[in-house]
Design a protein around this ligand. Sequence first.
Ligand code: 5AD
Ligand code: SF4
Length: 475
Amino acid sequence: MQPITDIDIIQDSEDLDTPKQVSAEVDGTRNVYLETYGCQMNVSDSEIVASVLRKDGFGLTRNPDDADIVLINTCAIRENAEQKVRRRLSTFRSKKEKGRPDLTLGVLGCMAERLRHKLLDEEKLVDLVVGPDAYRDLPNLLHQANDSGQAAVNVQLSREETYADISPVRYDSNGVSAFVSIMRGCDNMCSFCVVPFTRGRERSRPMESILGECQQLVDAGFKEVTVLGQNVNSYRYDKNGKAISFAELLYQISLLSPDLRIRYSTSHPKDCSDELLHVHRERENVCNFIHLPVQHGNTEVLERMRRTYSRDEYLSLIDRARSIVPGISFSTDIIAGFCGETEEQHRDTLSLMELVRYDHAFMFMYSERPDTYAARKYEDDIPLDVKKRRLTEIIELQTGIAKEKNEEEIGRIHTVLVEGTSKRSDEQLCGRTDTNKMAIFDRLDFKKGDYAEVRVTDCTSATLLAEPMIVETAH
Ligand code: 5AD
Ligand code: SF4
């Protein structure tokens, strides 16, 4: 999944490992502090967790010192993400040992299944371990842990669970954009990726419940939804014998309101269909932006990664998308230093980046994950200093490309959805263009949730600086 960030370049994704949010205040019998690591899907899952807990009378607090229960929604995608979560758990554990014996400490999400024995038995770090498909069971498990003083565990993965009927509590939302989960799990089995093991088999949420949630968001004044899944392009839902595709689903969401912008993440290049590209072209409110992880620029490495497309197939997909949807923008994920990567193969990644010229990229060093195909079959043989140097070359190239692409925007006019006040100044607002570029401009009379027409005047590699277009009103 695409990490959440204001900036377009993340050195081995520091940002991915930073907690995104803690919960807003809601009083209850026992108060929960919830901290979320990892991708957008985890943020969305935490909103489901908040909903399940609130329904059962638990309160939510922003302050861990006020909490009776601390829950950490974890990420296992790379080793450093896992280490960060462990350090955080140790901090809470020592709080518990130093005068807060009643504090319940729980691990949710992707680390749950793999590390449950370690976390529970060996390191005795936590009282509760709950996998991503067992959140309905949380109140029960919390009561159980509280009553018995024994650890409570449910890491069962499901083939059906989509939490379709649970209304997420958007506790830290900006009131403008929201995530809507449309499917869970992944059947792709990319050789480097732990997600199919931590999140289980792919399953799609019924279209009616997705449309219902989006309609509620429209009614509540939201202006943007990002629909989420590990691999949204393989969304499939059977409605009265008719298979609904992802393209059809997007089309249906786009009909709900012309004022609602629609984005999605993450899409796999192998099944990015022409039908989908035509939805981008035809529906104004389906944003002209696709996060299309390439992972690598060399066909042999892509084969070993089990990505099921070649360099040329990926490049022709980009060409097709650009010819069907002129002006469409792309971001990507790239892995440096995968097993057996030669210097020449690394240069293929650089040359692919030069050909595609991504607007954004999330760039990572390969990190071996236990149980994956790569861990079992290949040697993690690229020395750390070589991985680092290759990643740096990739990042430097992308920074230059992003800056040049942003410079090309100077003088252009964009419609920006206002998300809030800019971090730089209270006098300025920030928001995204249709193509997912962050723009900063003077506040004037605009407010959060407005669409503002702006002209780009300057830029950095990460941000467009812009001026609002003054609309002359007739008297
Ligand atoms: N090592 C490095 N990066 C990884 N990703 C997934 N697994 C690994 C790994 N083992 C990256 C991929 C994916 C993104 C979410 O994280 O680029 O698209
Ligand atoms: Fe992991 Fe590949 Fe599935 Fe993405 S598509 S979650 S990288 S296995």
